[in-house]
Design a protein around this ligand. Structure first.
Ligand SMILES: NC(=O)c1ccc[n+]([C@@H]2O[C@H](COP(=O)([O-])OP(=O)(O)OC[C@H]3O[C@@H](n4cnc5c(N)ncnc54)[C@H](O)[C@@H]3O)[C@@H](O)[C@H]2O)c1
Length: 288
């Protein structure tokens, strides 16, 4: 990423100044910007659903940039695997088992983090699930409605509620919610997933407005199909699903978990101090 973490004010402006003065060529400017670490060092970061996929990739990337990671997942073994990888690479992390569908567990996640580390800088609301069966709305299962809304929508509300109580006390903080392309664009046969992800984008904007004056930024990422356990389940739901999905992606490939992680860490970093209430789409050009 060329523009991240310049520490020099507006990187585009710097580019123009360097060009005018003819004292640095464009290659060396690129090298300078692309080698800068993201500004998350020493931040205490909770990531829900950190046991696999996008959450695990995000946890590892935060740790590589020297943040302290609380890897939370309802699958404790998954969270522990993420922590073990981080520790092998010299990072600092702790695993906590949390099912985000239960407000007591989410409150406890925030409380344990604050009692262990004294603060909560960043929450990544990533845990999510999809319906077990793809159906048009009239035939959609009641259980697939309740379960997905409870995890993807209510779980994100619980995360924001308890994190924001702590962040308001501190007077700073950042939240990145993992929504989806399905939260900004119509999609079919998974009405609870679409409803939950549109809700995540809406909650992101509403809470960002409430907390903007309190030095707390809240943003969302909206990936399209991303290589992960969730995508594997979708691909197994019928023949030719992969080629059907890729037909709608100009880049002709799925997103990687690491690419989503880059966007999340960037939004949580001090490099994006003036960005709040945004839903950043990663879709390989699907909306063009
Ligand atoms: N993979 C995609 O194509 C894609 C696209 C857009 C958005 N997303 C979103 O990205 C997020 C991460 O999904 P992923 O693709 O990495 O899938 P994944 O299945 O690999 O990971 C999801 C993780 O969340 C955990 N989890 C599920 N329900 C939970 C709950 N109630 N409480 C705590 N943890 C729970 C799972 O144990 C798992 O570790 C989800 O919010 C998903 O909706 C995924």
């Amino acid at each position: 990423m060329v523009l991240r973490n310049s520490g020099l004010g507006d990187p585009l402006l710097m580019w123009m100044i360097f060009d005018w003065d003819n004292d640095v060529n464009s290659k060396s400017i690129y090298a300078f910007f692309s080698q800068q670490p993201m500004q998350v060092e020493n931040k205490t970061v909770i990531i829900t659903g950190a046991g696999s996929g996008i959450g695990a990739a995000t946890a590892k990337l935060f740790a590589r940039h020297k943040a302290t990671v609380i890897a939370s997942d309802m699958d404790l073994e998954g969270a522990k695997r993420t922590v073990a990888t981080i520790e092998e690479q010299g990072g600092n992390a702790m695993a906590i088992q949390t099912n985000v569908a239960f407000h007591e567990e989410v409150a406890e996640l925030v409380n344990r983090t604050v009692s262990e580390y004294g603060k909560l800088d960043v929450l990544i609301n990533n845990a999510g699930t999809g319906p077990r069966q793809l159906r048009k709305t009239g035939d959609f299962g009641l259980d697939d409605w309740d379960r997905v809304i409870r995890v993807n929508q209510t779980g994100v509300f619980y995360g924001m509620k308890y994190a924001l109580q702590q962040m308001a006390k501190q007077g700073y903080g950042g939240i990145v919610n993992v929504a989806s392309l399905a939260g900004v664009k119509a999609s079919i046969n998974h009405i609870s997933y679409a409803a939950s992800k549109f809700a995540v984008v809406g909650m992101t904007k509403a809470a960002a407005l409430e907390y903007a004056a309190m030095n707390i930024r809240i943003n969302a990422v909206c990936p399209s199909y991303t290589e992960s356990g969730l995508l594997d389940k979708l691909l197994s739901m019928g023949p030719n699903v992969e080629s059907i999905l890729k037909r709608h992606i100009p880049m002709n490939r799925f997103c990687t978990a690491e690419e989503v992680a880059e966007a999340i860490v960037w939004l949580a970093s001090d490099s994006t101090g003036y960005i709040t209430g945004q839903a950043i789409v990663l879709d390989g050009g699907a909306q063009l």
